[in-house]
Design a protein around this ligand. Sequence first.
Ligand code: PLP
Length: 389
Amino acid sequence: MRRIYLDYAATTPTHPLVLKAMLPWFTDGFGNPSSIHSFGQETKGAIEEAREKVAGLVGAESDEIVFTGSGTEADNFAIKGVAYAKEHEGKHIITTAIEHHAVIEPCKFLEKRGFKVTYLSVDRDGLVDLGEVKKAITDETILISVMHANNEIGTIEPIQEIARIAKDREICFHTDAVQTVGHLPVDVDELKVDLVSISAHKFCGPKGVGALYIRKGTRIVPFMHGGEQEHGRRASTQNVPGIVGFGKACQLAQQEMGQEKDRLETLRDKLINGILHRIDHVHLNGHPTQRLPNNVNMTLEFVEGESILLNLDLVGIAASTGSACSSSVLEASHVLLALGLPHESAHSSLRLSLGQETTEKDVDYVLEKLPQIVNKLRAMSPLYKPGGK
Ligand code: PLP
């Protein structure tokens, strides 16, 4: 059976050139980068080369990049690290209701320890209101964290404008750019951000490696304690093959990003318009234009997202829903609820995320199969009445 992967926002396949770059660092290049002998110095050199590539992709200095074990770790490091470094100046953090759990959960953790967190609401398209950011700031605010682009609905936030507001008030600004770095141009000086979370596996790098960009002069408490690795900012013997692969993925992204963005946008729009034309009672979630080039998120009323997913899987299409499975209870997505969608609609959503192997044929196949599946499922729904928009 034909298999089509449309879940690139969850993870991407490792690029063959990334794998090739990694392999020697599992075998001959096994030295501990903290060792002073030649084996260690060789791996240290490889790490520093990779650090330059990661820094180069986001316009940073290489000593502003700290390698982490994931995007989640980078988010936790940024939020808890700044909170604990600045708790004597204030205990208020501003974030949004649509952040990834890697940001929401450390914020909740801090709330239980005496910090106050404001979760900004978003509009119907998922955009943060700049006026609301300004209004939320108090003399106690020490950190603002707003994601660059949302992983479920693809909306791209006005990061530069929010960062300017933070800068005017001398507040540290973090952005979770896990869904944008490697896909869209991200320049830390243009965006005026202090901290940026990055994850390698979202753009054809290996899993289990990420980075936090930390602007020079930003006060942050280390998250991991132990050795002096990463200039004392992240104790742990580094994942050398992972870091080398991460560097290679950054280099490839820099070369291919522009062309790939245009190609994906064309496929994305064909998919969105095709679904809107072929299926009734359907609407797009997320901003119509200010959105990730590879993200399609639709609500298909009167059908359960999970049922669509299982039926798509049966015809070889891998997608995801807007809802997350937690403790074996299916909860509606906090992102879709924050857009103002009722629970039923939030449960009727489907995310298709495209990537480097997606072709126009794949899009045509989805446009052939999805309406058939939705029709079949709706035929079983007592609530469905054909014809509406
Ligand atoms: N932040 C965003 C926006 C994400 O989409 C993800 C992954 O889905 C993460 C953070 C977590 O990254 P990682 O899988 O590297 O822990």
